[in-house]
Write a protein that binds this ligand. Sequence first.
Ligand SMILES: [Zn+2]
Length: 251
Amino acid sequence: MKDEPKIIDTGLDLDDDDFEEREETDMIVIHHTGDTDIDASAEQINEWHINKDYAAIGYHFVIRKDGNIEKGRPDWAIGAHAYGENQHTIGIHLSGAFNSVQPTKAQIESCAHLVACLCDKWEIPIDRKHIVGHREVNDDTSCPGDNLFAKMDEIVSKAAWYANQEASESDADEKEEAWEKDMEKIKEEITRYNAVDELPDWARPTIEKMITKGILKGSGKTDENGKPADIDFSKDMLRMAVYNDRAGVYD
Ligand SMILES: [Zn+2]
């Protein structure tokens, strides 16, 4: 995907060997911080979770209130964020207590952009079946808070928008490239040769012969300002002259 969201590595000291790799990935689970409204960082959450005896931060990503996306545990690793569902899911944590406050606009944007990117990478359909709030898979939690949960549809439709946006941009790139190639061809075809010095090697002897013999009324030289002067050939005309020359027309 072209326009990927920026993911900040805050340098958590994680060891890949501490994690097991997921065998399937078909769902993204959205979380919040809990009852206390703080702008928790990946580093803070990592400490909390290590104190709870997890190997490391349980989430794969943390989205701060300013919209910055911080890297949690490796995105290929089995997480520790949704009981019984960790084997097949990616966990995204938005910092804040969303039973009482609203997620920021920047958080919603970053979340949608990140979801679009992850769905592309792991081939997850972008819909409400596959992008869920924590409470939808574990019924003993109110996570991700009523206010963030109310925005799940918005996150999913924005993610779909991001996914399409990127696809259409790369279409445009391909069109531009094809157009440039066409233009190069056209330019080559409409190039005019106004001096012997400018001629391609394969045509030069023929044109020189035509000048020497007076078949062509012109010197083929550049003028005193160094500007090409008095002959005027297109590539097609050069080709024709060379064919004629081969046929002995100018001998
Ligand atoms: Zn949760």
